[in-house]
Design a protein around this ligand. Structure first.
Ligand code: PMP
Length: 418
């Protein structure tokens, strides 16, 4: 499969060789690399992508959930162009940042006060720093397989270069284990930080009882509950917290809220976030030249105000649920020990058939099978992540789902025949 891939993609291979002379491994985002070399995409439109060798793909990756609006949404593009006319970096507050914050707060009422950043990584680091300052405690409870950004990841995919917080790691979806850790570390815990669904860890949904239990554990020991909804924020207008009726103390978001441009935000309880109020004595400082950059503000606002309706988001997530069920049915029909886990428009392929509740359950996943299916799908014009991630964008319609399913079925049929 790799040999055929190499043959089909000489321009992408050349691009990697060139890039490797100026960036380690020819790469500036580790997540994008896969052997023998990743594709270089040159154009996107709606739910379509074109690579450097001229192949056309259905985009089933959707920029790891950030590409909710698809490529070149006309409304968002126009908003960016309009914003350009007034200058980019104004060395001041701008009108769009408050409008965007208000739109976010309407959807996530738990984010009573919020701050913007350039990425989800920064936002999660700052949320945890906020919790440490507020509680005057040093430690964070995180979960095995979690990904809270490039500096806070606890799972597969390389080791974090630096985790700037003291932490204890608990297994995901195991309330008893979390309870035991709270028992041991409770008075020193500043926060329990959790993705309501493990994202990079394999799209493993957090069980509602587990997430509610964490909320109680946090309250009981005086730690803050931090929901990292960078990925799950797209599961409903108010994220997974709205679906479950859980009010975290702090929330981290990013990805699609910037309309496809760089963005992150953290926010929550007034008393926690007011620490950043510069009118206060001893306020926490949080700076960042591009935190309120006009283009992200304009694109994010246009997306929330003019593109993303409740109906469209509900339909998208239902489409994802249906697609996941149909893909799993096809895998069963062909007797392949693999499955897609996930929620709504976010799912991940695993090379195993047993239950998947936590990162450790994936130890027996057949990654070779995943890799083969990844190359098979590329040949059939479907672009997903080699690690198995699939996320749908708004233009990824029913016809796109049928197309993906057809490609998947064809790949399984061809594999069974050889
Ligand atoms: N938290 C979660 C749950 C994420 O999935 C990600 C990114 N994939 C981040 C934080 C970090 O966001 P960013 O890539 O914008 O730094």
């Amino acid at each position: 499969a790799r040999a055929r891939y190499r043959e089909r993609n000489p321009a992408s291979e050349r691009q990697l060789a060139e890039a490797a002379t100026v960036m380690p491994g020819g790469n500036t985002r580790s997540v994008l690399f896969h052997a023998p070399f990743p594709l270089t995409m040159v154009r996107g439109e709606g739910a379509r992508l074109w690579d450097a060798d001229g192949h056309r793909y259905l985009d089933a990756l959707g920029e790891f959930t950030a590409g909710l609006y698809g490529h070149s949404n006309a409304v968002i593009r126009q908003a960016i162009i309009d914003a350009l006319a007034d200058g980019l970096s104004l060395s001041s507050h701008n009108r769009r940042e408050v409008a965007l914050a208000a739109e976010i707060q309407r959807r996530f009422p738990s984010m009573a006060l919020m701050r913007f950043t350039n990425s989800g990584t920064e936002a999660s680091l700052l949320a945890l720093a906020t919790a440490k300052a507020f509680t005057a405690r040093p430690k964070i409870m995180v979960f095995d397989g979690a990904y809270h950004g490039g500096l806070l990841s606890f799972g597969r995919g390389g080791s974090p270069i630096n985790v700037p917080h003291a932490y204890v790691v608990a297994p995901y979806n195991d309330l008893a284990a979390a309870q035991a850790l709270v028992h041991a570390h409770g008075p020193t815990l500043a926060a329990i930080v959790v993705e309501p669904m493990l994202g990079a860890g394999g799209c493993i949904p957090g069980e509602p009882a587990f997430l509610r239990g964490l909320s109680e554990l946090a309250r009981g020991c005086g730690a803050l509950l931090v929901f990292d909804e960078v990925q799950t924020s797209r599961l409903s207008i108010g994220g997974r917290q709205a679906q479950l009726g859980i009010t975290p103390d702090l929330t981290v978001i990013g990805k699609y809220f910037g309309g496809g441009l760089s963005f992150g935000a953290f926010g929550g309880r007034v008393d926690c976030m007011a620490q950043f109020d510069p009118r206060r004595a001893n306020a926490l400082s949080h700076a960042g030249t591009f935190n309120n950059n006009v283009l992200s503000m304009a694109a994010g606002l246009a997306g929330l105000q003019q593109v993303l309706t409740q109906e469209a988001l509900t339909a998208l997530n239902q489409r994802g649920d249906r697609l996941r069920e149909r893909l799993n049915a096809v895998l069963q029909t062909h007797g392949v020990a693999a499955q897609f886990t996930g929620l709504g428009s976010v799912m991940n392929l695993h090379g195993m058939s047993g239950p998947v509740h936590c990162a450790a359950d994936l130890a027996t996943s057949n990654t070779l099978l995943k890799e083969l299916l990844f190359f098979d799908l590329l040949e059939r014009g479907v672009y997903m992540a080699q690690r198995g991630l699939v996320t749908l964008s708004l233009p990824f319609d029913d016809a796109a789902c049928d197309e993906m399913l057809g490609a998947f079925e064809d790949a399984l049929r061809t594999r069974a025949a050889v």
